[in-house]
Design a protein around this ligand. Structure first.
Ligand SMILES: Nc1ncnc2c1ncn2[C@@H]1O[C@H](COP(=O)(O)OP(=O)(O)O)[C@@H](O)[C@H]1O
Ligand SMILES: [Mg+2]
Length: 254
């Protein structure tokens, strides 16, 4: 579904990614792990067109992503959440989700200005769909609440609902359970499992090993901008290079 072929990216003199090649197969939950600063979020920023790679190729469903602006990549079927939550905190939950839908709500501007019956019907449908998505992520009872009043865990769930509103084929999740308690993590785990049942492909960055190893079909490990291992969760957990990379991180953290 998604392939990265020898992708590199420099920031000034810093090489954030070096010759990264990855294949995310259709229908999988694919995990990307690695120590802080390894370049994980940069991978998502490149895929979603926030900035271009310095070199290399990226394809989604057989078509190159190079040179496409973010909105075109979104309409091709790639949606994401952010490591640093980006919501409209002064807007209700339901309106945050409806904003996510506008990428595929397609109507002439005059319909909106004149509030034609056609526009009002579309708006009603959008509200129903948004409500359904909020229920799906477990926020159905809070649809009129302001996003800014939500707990951190619930804000992450709202971001997922908003990403799903674009009806993606590939969902990129950047640390979806960071800051969540065990109950919230289990709810998100069940949600991702249900997305897999619906044949959505999920590509996630996550630090929580129980979460990653419990959900992912394949895990790739990034360290200092390079892929050092890729395989099943059990193969990754016993891979000496991976253990080394994580032990190294603990050494520097303490
Ligand atoms: N927009 C940017 N400008 C300059 N440097 C960046 C930018 N984005 C990321 N970097 C650098 O690239 C490296 C990888 O960052 P990042 O992809 O955020 O790592 P991770 O998500 O694995 O923690 C870091 O050294 C970071 O400082
Ligand atoms: Mg990151």
């Amino acid at each position: 579904m998604l392939t990265l072929d020898r992708i590199s990216r420099q920031f000034g003199g810093v090489t954030a990614l070096e010759q990264v090649s990855l294949t995310v197969p259709s229908g999988q939950v694919f995990g990307l792990i690695g120590p802080n600063g390894a370049g994980k979020t940069t991978v998502f920023n490149l895929i979603t067109g926030l900035f271009p790679p310095s070199s290399g190729e990226m394809h989604f469903q057989g078509q190159s992503l190079l040179g496409l602006p973010p909105y075109r990549i979104a309409t091709r079927g790639i949606a994401r959440t952010f490591q640093n939550i980006r919501l409209f905190s002064e807007m209700s939950l339901i309106d945050n989700v409806i904003v996510g839908m506008h990428a595929h709500l397609d109507y002439p501007i005059w319909d909106a200005v004149l509030r034609t019956p056609r526009f009002r019907a579309m708006e009603r449908n959008a509200r129903m769909e948004a409500h359904h998505l909020l229920q799906r992520v477990g926020l159905g009872d809070l649809s009129q609440e302001l996003a800014g009043n939500l707990s951190y865990g619930n804000q992450r769930k709202l971001e997922i609902a908003r990403a799903l509103a674009t009806q993606p084929r590939l969902l990129l999740l950047d640390e979806p359970v960071a800051g969540m308690n065990a109950t919230e993590k289990n709810a998100v785990m069940a949600l991702i499992e249900s997305l897999r049942q619906d044949h959505l492909t999920v590509f996630m960055i996550e630090h929580d090993m129980r979460f990653v190893m419990g959900l992912c079909d394949t895990v790739a490990v990034l360290n200092f901008g390079r892929i050092i291992a890729e395989g099943t969760p059990s193969a990754i957990q016993s891979n000496p290079a991976v253990i080394e990379a994580y032990l190294g991180q603990e050494d520097t953290a303490s």
